[in-house]
Design a binder for this molecule. Structure first.
Ligand code: DC
Length: 228
């Protein structure tokens, strides 16, 4: 039997490092499926919030997970959409409040276990570029390429501020920087699957690079390791 080989690329790093922007561009270029795992955690957090369950109420969250039916779909442009119980919530999950809730909820072991197979299943059947916090360490430990993408908190806050302002949100640099630092702390210090660089991941720091340079650097790391 001739089983088709699929490739996986794991990109981890802190909030605002540019993971999704870069992964999306490269997925398109390489013909891979882009999986934004942060969006999956955000959707679970959104559901809990909708139901009035706080992110620290582990029992309540566990109880409600049974009611969570998640689907990942892609539009013609290859953009990922999150469908929660039949409703597209891709817009609603992109607020600073949902960033915070997603970070808190993702520290719960019941949530991580619930989402693990879903993420692995996509990578079994498709060439994927998957981004998140624990892709190279936990979700896809055998990924063909692992990249740890980072930038200083200040640079990340500036980029995030621009993004939010472009969406018409009225936010201050200091607030964004504070939120970024809090999220780094929460994601890096949690007990289960904390954000860290996998031993075999390559470090790419984009503090001094613009988007075009960052994408070029990432593409060359990938092409050196995968021959398509
Ligand atoms: O990538 P993002 O900012 O959309 O992710 C939102 C939160 O989800 C992040 O702060 C931590 C959590 N997350 C996680 O724990 N593991 C992942 N693989 C992806 C995201």
């Amino acid at each position: 039997m001739n089983v088709k080989r699929v490739y996986s690329i794991a990109i981890d790093g802190p909030a605002g490092a540019g993971k999704s922007t870069m992964a999306k561009l490269l997925a398109k270029k390489l013909g891979f499926v882009y999986v934004d795992t942060g969006a999956i955690y955000r959707t679970v957090g959104y559901h809990m919030d909708l139901m009035g369950i706080g992110p620290k109420d582990a029992d309540g969250v566990l109880r409600l997970l049974d009611d969570v039916n998640l689907e990942i779909t892609y539009d013609e442009g290859g953009v990922q959409h999150m469908i929660l119980n039949g409703r597209d919530v891709s817009g609603e999950i992109r607020t600073p409040e949902m960033s915070k809730i997603a970070s808190q909820i993702s520290a719960l072991s019941c949530v991580r276990t619930f989402l693990l197979d879903m993420q692995r299943d996509v990578a079994k059947t498709h060439n994927v570029i998957m981004d998140g916090r624990d892709i190279g360490t936990v979700v896809l430990p055998k990924a063909d390429v692992k990249i740890y993408l980072t930038a200083s908190a200040e640079v990340r806050a500036e980029r995030r501020l621009k993004e939010l302002q472009e969406k018409g949100m009225d936010v201050k640099y200091e607030t964004v920087l504070k939120e970024i630092k809090e999220r780094d702390h929460q994601d890096m210090t949690r007990t289960i699957a904390p954000l860290k660089q996998a031993k075999d991941a390559l470090l790419l720091d984009t503090s001094e690079l613009n988007l075009e340079q960052s994408v070029a650097a990432m593409e060359s790391i990938i092409r050196e390791r995968i021959v398509l």
